[in-house]
Design a protein around this ligand. Sequence first.
Ligand code: KMH
Ligand code: ZN
Length: 275
Amino acid sequence: MEKLIITAAICGAEVTKANNPAVPYTVEEMVREAKLAYEAGAAIIHVHVRWDDGTPTQDRERFRVVMDAIRAELPDVIMIPSTGGATGMTPEERLQPTELMPEMATLDCGTCNFGDDVFENTMPTMRAFGKRMIENGIKPEYECFELGHLDTVLTMARKGEVPGAPMQFNFVLGVPGCAPATVDNLAYMVSKIPAGSTWTVTGVGRSAWTMAAAGIIMGGNVRVGFEDNVYLGKGHKAAGNGELVEKVVRLAKELGREIATPDEARAILGMKPRQ
Ligand code: KMH
Ligand code: ZN
């Protein structure tokens, strides 16, 4: 099996300091959490940004400042800025981080319920995001919350509307209102991806750990972080994203998977080597 790529989703748009006081908002807090995750073994940081009061934003300049600050400390790390932002944001707002020419960015693959909200990703929105990523040479991470999302993006890739092979999927399972985080759902989605693709699994809430174990043994990759889960175990809040990544590293060691460095992750994902 390839080495395991660990992604740390350090911040998200929904989780707050009321959920866990270590959730980062400020630039300094973002750098602290990115470093803790990287030092624990994360090759990829999935970046959302907040204003200092915790309000989620897709402001291009806020992304620039946060990503530059992380890059200054972690020159080799892969960053995947979000184009999902928070529910209710417009497509134009959400696209702003793609103007910074990141190596990768998320591309959300369909509309779905998202807790009590609706996360809107119409086909025209997806086409616009795909076009931007083709033009700017950005490798998408295709976020699939439902089986239909996978079918949608595979159809768009066949038509050349979004970047094609090699495709990287993130199966985000367990969002309230979307596909539950079960091994059979994951296995079914993995069975539908084109040969030569790569995939990551994200389990939301307590399913973070069952999905991490499944990802490790099935030969996929794993995302953890405060965006998805703030607990290390039942009733035990993580002190930081580093502890969440450390737990994945421990599981991987027990199950015989080595951990990929960022440059190894670039090679596994079929990306250009770092300049
Ligand atoms: N905050 C969610 C509504 C992404 O980063 O692309 C969407 C999200 C997906 O987090
Ligand atoms: Zn996200």
